[in-house]
Write a protein that binds this ligand. Sequence first.
Ligand code: TEU
Length: 549
Amino acid sequence: MTVNYKKDMVVYQIYPRSFMDSDGDGVGDIRGIISRLDHIASLGVNAIWLSPVYVSPNDDNGYDIADYKAIQPQFGTMEDFETLVREAKARSIGIIMDLVINHTSDEHEWFRRALAGEEKYQDYYIIREGKDGGLPNNWGNFFAECPWTKFGDTDKYYLHLFSKKQPDLNWRNPAVLEEVKDIMRFWLDKGVIGFRCDVINVIWKDTLDDGKKSLVLTGSEHYLSKDGCHNILNILRREVLDPYGAFTVGETVFVDLEKARDLTDPARKELDMVFSFEHMEVDQVIVKWFKTRLVPQKLMRVITKWQQGLDWNATYFENHDQPRFLSRFSDAKGHRKECAKMIAGLLLTLRGTPYIYEGQEIGMTNGDFENIGEIMDIESRNIYKLAKKLHFPRALRWKMIMRTSRDHARTPMQWDWSENAGFTTGRPWLKVNANHEYINVKRDTVDKNGVSAFFKQMIHLRKTCPALLEGSFESLFEGRQVYAFKREYEGKALVSVMNMTAKPAKLPQQVMGYTQMVACNYAEEAGDTLRPFEFRLLAKRSDINALGL
Ligand code: TEU
């Protein structure tokens, strides 16, 4: 398969636990994915990013890896995985693995041997004495835990930026680097096309000194995108990835434009692109757990800033850590399909490599959870506990979960209207949304005005039209409701214009010369008024042929 990973790729992310269960144990699996490959292929995507499928005790649903070279039995066998690679390839789809190398599981052999006293493996992790009878430092933790846990029955502590079952690796130890190279080659030899690198910009800790006190994450100035991290990425690129022609996208937390530029600068040979977070944070107050109304104009500004600030990057609006994007628009109720299609139009006409998250293609919404007992995510459960300790009223605690929980993205994929949405014949590991009765693949894919039909149309346009793939980006209008931007290639342009609210809006004057409708998320024409969440792709009439349309 010859895909120019940067320009030609459209990625579909699968969260394996929640995608399709083939054996009735209530948990999705690889055979399930294989059985649904035709649905994925029908969208026109050419890559799948698989969230972790490795052996794991599932403290963080697979992001705590106990064996990097074996498949979690619940998900299937190595043979199943090889079949998946083959079957995907037969449909011109490449597989991208999730590479989680900031930490392992505490049940990984390395950590067990460290606990058993083997010094070699103790040096794989970050283990320190306490200071003045306290912890080694004052750092915070991503999952609202204490980042230091007692190392076995010693007086020492090990560092974990995430759960206590996710001890951080010591990247100063060259043996760790060698182990990871070997793991990467193992999967590349199986035919995967690249990696999504989990929290990759935090792997290198410059010092373990106390950090500046911060409401967000005390200590992060000591480990965010440090030179040591750049150096490791460069080594992995040159020694492991390049010989295979493999691709990487880094998940880079708290990354700013300048750091993102360094991490993706082709001359530096580190990552191909990164997932930035700023557009995911426009509706938050200080931390993601406190959300306010999403103000479209703020979103437009951040999108424009990143489009202009980087030559090329990953674009996304959903993944397994974020609530469903359409559920963030408080006035989208009653306009679900239009809003889902507007997001599709936006995602697929921006410059960069688009990532679609499972269920996004049919307009799945946030979960309909009723109480904390239904929430499985470790991060949500921890934050709920912490808020309780801080005496937050129960209603506020629940509101935090209902706006932000990662489980909103993890509810089982809705295949049809039967019990459990066709996801499993058993008891699903996480509550299936009751709205599967009308939001599901079976219904959406036979609807010519369905959300998936629009995804297909937009993906097809990207493939046929160089302006959408390679064209420059220019913002034309950022209003209270309407966003418009231009993609231009060899003097010919396409314009995306969309209403990000439920109130009708005037077409801005800036798009007036573009009278030819190329695509629209409504069935009929409507003149100069943009209806609720209306998206239009426009061109000049005289350019239609030259644009490849
Ligand atoms: O996420 C990293 C991360 O920092 C956040 O996106 C995380 O979800 C959390 O909300 C921070 O507040 C990655 C993975 O995508 C996530 O699923 C894992 O739990 C995490 O790393 C640890 O491996």
